[in-house]
Design a protein around this ligand. Structure first.
Ligand code: ADP
Ligand code: AMP
Length: 210
């Protein structure tokens, strides 16, 4: 199973990815997580740190290089879930070519759809446990008292709105691109986490056993 999650910031990609990856025994590959790890480790060049902090995109060749390396790792032999990549048609074309060179192809692209005001509330109140990577929400999924919480630098309202605007620009080309290839499934991301999981499973053609 090789799938892609496309969706604006706060749509629930990371939350849903955990369940889907456990179910299919595939790794979650998030370019955002990889870039944040590089930033924390001090290996991300300062201009890219600035682009991320402002809510813009980093150059295609940077994320394509990360994906090429990560999807070639032994744990990705049976598939992977890409979260936050591709974000441009150029990235999508690079991914298609990369997979074709390995005799592989994408199975499905899931677009998670959530209205803007809910996205802002989800992203601004998102907190992540630094030790476990668990995603919490101060209103919808309150963290336990002993969690070591992180508030992402780009999860402040003004930057979230910039990131949503960037997303809208990019999807005006990316979603029609995958629609033409017959790979796109649109999924309503509003509702409980479990309800959204059921819709995602239906979209990838799997019955919900839970
Ligand atoms: P993304 O990876 O798309 O940016 P996340 O999975 O990190 O989004 O979710 C953003 C925030 O919204 C998190 O705080 C998460 O706990 C919360 N969240 C995710 N899905 C739902 C849902 N169905 N209902 C309510 N809150 C949700
Ligand atoms: P995310 O965690 O997916 O919201 O990504 C956080 C930030 O990392 C984005 O706002 C971008 O600055 C950068 N980023 C992540 N994935 C990509 C990508 N595929 N293309 C360009 N920039 C990316």
């Amino acid at each position: 199973m090789r799938l892609v999650f496309v969706g604006p910031p706060g749509a629930g990609k990371g939350t849903q990815a955990k369940t889907i990856c456990d179910r299919f025994h595939i790794p979650q590959v998030s370019t955002g997580d990889m870039l944040r790890a590089a930033k924390t480790g001090g290996t991300l060049p300062p201009p890219l740190v600035a682009q991320m902090s402002a809510g813009g995109l980093v150059p295609d060749e940077v994320v394509v290089g990360l994906i090429d390396h990560r999807t070639n790792a032994p744990d990705a032999t049976n598939g992977f879930l890409l979260d936050g990549f591709p974000r441009t048609v150029a990235q999508a074309d690079a991914l298609t070519a990369m997979l074709a060179s390995r005799g592989q192809h994408l199975d499905v692209v899931i677009a998670l759809e959530v209205p803007e005001e809910l996205l802002v509330e989800r992203a601004v109140l998102r907190r992540t446990d630094k030790r476990t990577g668990q995603i919490y929400h101060l209103k919808y999924k309150p963290p336990p008292p002993d969690a070591d919480l992180e508030h992402r630098a780009d999860d402040h309202e003004e930057v979230v709105r910039n990131r949503i605007a960037t997303y809208k620009q990019m999807t005006s080309e990316l979603l029609p691109h995958y629609e033409k290839l017959g790979l796109l499934k649109r999924v309503d991301g509003v509702g409980s986490v479990d309800d959204v999981t059921s819709r995602v499973l239906a979209a990838v053609g799997e019955p919900n056993k839970s």
